[in-house]
Design a binder for this molecule. Structure first.
Ligand SMILES: [Zn+2]
Length: 141
């Protein structure tokens, strides 16, 4: 989608720059934006400082798709991945329109707040103690 949108912008003359606006170090493609962009990597790194064990977007993707771990754990990792992709896309758009972008540490904090709010809005009384302990271990509760 990123590549298509950007190609259209190039085609219509809205932009003549194919470089990633978040980092300026690569051609803006989906692969770059969500997996290789230094900005995105800094966001992931900042999240990793809080929850640990998630060194890159592709690792988060793999972990959320794996069949190991409980449904609760998979759903939380999947929600984190979705939130991460959405927020990076939002920052990319803000950067393009407003020429402003949140610092990666601020964005990671925002993502963690959103995930914690989602978890806390749920009724956890039926969640297994192992999953509650896992959420505590990731600093999500
Ligand atoms: Zn980039």
């Amino acid at each position: 989608m990123v590549k298509r949108v950007h190609l259209r912008l190039l085609q219509y003359g809205v932009t003549d720059d194919a470089d990633c606006m978040l980092c300026g170090q690569g051609i803006e493609t989906q692969e770059h934006l969500f997996f290789d962009c230094s900005y995105s990597r800094r966001v992931i790194h900042a999240i990793n400082q809080v929850i640990g064990g998630v060194p890159a977007t592709h690792d988060l993707l793999e972990r959320s798709m794996q069949h190991t771990g409980s449904q609760v754990q998979k759903r939380v990792l999947c929600a984190l991945l979705v939130c991460l992709v959405y927020q990076i896309w939002q920052q990319r758009n803000k950067c393009r329109v407003d020429m402003q972008v949140l610092r990666p540490e601020k964005l990671s904090s925002l993502i963690m707040q959103e995930i914690r709010a989602r978890i806390r809005s749920r009724d956890l009384t039926m969640v297994k103690q192992d999953d509650v302990d896992w959420l505590h271990s990731l600093n999500l509760l």
